[in-house]
Write a protein that binds this ligand. Structure first.
Ligand code: BES
Ligand code: MN
Ligand code: ZN
Length: 497
């Protein structure tokens, strides 16, 4: 969809649909009052009749409103003014998208960006509108034989900004919103694709495609022989039961000057997690096709950053594999040697994410990183601890963690910290190796991060557990593209200060 910003009076806009806010109880917004005056009280009459209270979720479409140049005026309920905040603003946008789907307008001009949200400026409102509208429009029908025919529907949305001086701010917000959407849509597609299509090789092809699309991106894919040479015994143990070859995908984006150290992103790319010999129960096992959403986050963040041509350096590392049972598969009790030299007793083959990440995190040091952030659908325990609203963040450097928390708040893609205290490390003791790959039933997200922390001592590191946020379950099942907005915001913030 095309987005634009303009500044002007509502009654003067020649558009298929003017979008005007009404708050509770029956209160016209500033733009609404302007239309009301131009139309000799047309809107206030409608409101008085009780057709629009201003409740969130309510919309009414009016035709032939006198004194305007618009084909239609759509009134959108915005709730009580006092209660207007980030969350309700997004709800208002959701009801707007639904309403726009049901009318014939191909283009619209919205004054909802005039709404006042405490602490949020026009940049935030415009960018959030772009992201939310695109999020609601996303549709994955590439594998259905009858495609949804989306020829009807909105093609262009103009958002009003307070004055002409705000136009460039608005344009920048659109640029960012579009770039983040490109990344998010790529990640959603990759997540939603089934395991028989989105294999490790398929993920590698996506990296190569980014390399071909963006001159500043370089991709390199290591096969299993290369990993043997690198002695990635832990990563290789996970792919032992699979017929699909594992890939270690490396991406570099060079937008900053050459001596600037790179932000390094490491994404878990398990294209299907059956649990291996420690086989998972059947219920909802299909959702383990989403176990590569960390990898998709890396590819999506690269897309967003490359599209904006940000002046930074970025490295991406994706260990990609399946986790399947087979005669050659790794067994509970097996002991492997990681690239770092530390030995691991694999007590549960379903705790495979940490086994591939630990070697990727060791490998990350070769890039002399500034910070390393890994992203993984790592533990079901994360959903038990935090539910499905925030991702979990843990790490060894509190300024980095705080920056991530702050970035998440500002773009509505939140993270919440869990403690990574030494006390928890004891749960990983093994009688036969340097460590076990599981830490028992308690604090599973924390002990998983404790495991990773043994491979990240050389640099500033944060771990994002996205088990509860990377996709939604139920009848709206689908990938979310999180936490690409968060990571992109973190990178944008770094450019600021
Ligand atoms: N990919 C799963 C984690 C997961 C499960 C994410 C369900 C989202 C929903 C991971 O590989 C896994 O299986 N973790 C185990 C760890 C356990 C064996 C210590 C888990 O969470 O049960
Ligand atoms: Mn698993
Ligand atoms: Zn997994």
């Amino acid at each position: 969809m095309e987005f634009n910003v303009k500044s002007g009076n509502p009654e003067k806009q020649r558009t298929a649909c003017l979008i005007i806010g009404v708050s509770q109880p029956r209160k016209l917004s500033r733009a609404g009052n302007q239309i009301d005056q131009a139309s000799d009280g047309f809107l206030s009459t409608i409101i008085r009749r009780g057709d629009m209270d201003g409740k969130i979720g309510q919309t009414t479409v009016l035709h032939n409103v006198p004194g305007t140049l618009a084909d239609r005026v759509m009134l959108v309920g915005c709730g009580k003014e006092r209660e207007l905040n980030e969350r309700t603003y997004l709800k208002i946008l959701d009801s707007l998208s639904r309403a726009l789907d049901n009318i014939g307008a191909m283009e619209a001009y919205s004054y909802l960006s005039d709404l006042n949200i405490k602490g949020r400026d026009i940049h935030w409102k415009v960018r959030q509108t772009v992201m939310r509208m695109e999020n609601n429009r996303y549709d994955f029908s590439q594998l259905k034989s009858l495609k949804d025919n989306n020829s009807k529907g909105l093609r262009k949305l103009v958002m009003n900004v307070p004055s002409r001086r705000d136009l460039s701010v608005g344009e920048n917000a659109i640029l960012q919103g579009n770039a983040i959407t490109s990344g998010v849509n790529l990640a959603k597609d990759l997540g939603n694709l089934p395991g028989n299509i989105c294999t490790p090789s398929y993920l590698a092809e996506q990296a190569v495609r980014l390399d071909k699309t963006f001159p500043s991106v370089v991709a390199e894919v290591l096969g299993e022989e290369d990993k043997k040479a690198l002695e990635m015994g832990s990563l290789l143990s996970v792919t032992a039961g699979s017929r699909q070859p594992a890939k270690l995908i490396c991406l570099e984006y060079r937008g900053g000057d050459s001596e600037q150290k790179a932000i390094t992103l490491v994404g878990k790319g398990v294209t299907f997690d059956s649990g291996g010999i420690s086989l998972k129960p059947g219920k909802a096992m299909d959702e383990m096709k989403y176990d590569m959403c960390g990898a998709a986050t890396v590819l999506g963040t690269f897309t967003a950053v490359a599209e904006m041509q940000l002046p930074i350096n970025l490295v991406g590392i994706i260990p990609a594999t399946e986790n399947l049972p087979d005669g050659l598969a790794t067994k509970p009790g097996d002991i492997v040697t990681s690239m770092s030299g530390q030995t691991i007793e694999i007590l549960n083959t379903d705790a495979e994410g940490r086994l591939i990440l630990c070697d990727a995190l060791t490998y990350a040091d070769k890039f002399n990183p500034d910070v390393v952030i890994d992203i993984a659908t790592l533990t079901g325990a994360c959903i038990v601890a935090l539910g499905r609203n925030p991702s979990a963040v843990l790490g060894n450097h509190s300024p980095l963690i705080n920056d991530l928390i702050h970035a998440g708040k500002s773009i509505e893609d939140k993270v919440w910290e869990l403690p990574l205290w030494d006390e928890y490390q004891d749960q990983l003791k093994s009688n036969f190796a340097d460590m076990a790959n599981i830490g028992g039933p308690d604090g599973g997200t924390i002990t998983a991060a404790c495991f990773l922390s043994r491979f990240t001592k050389k640099y500033k590191w944060a771990h994002l557990d996205i088990a509860g946020t990377a996709w939604v379950t139920g009848d709206k099942k689908g990938a979310t593209g999180r936490p690409i907005p968060l990571l992109t915001q973190y990178i944008l913030d770094r450019l600021q200060g």
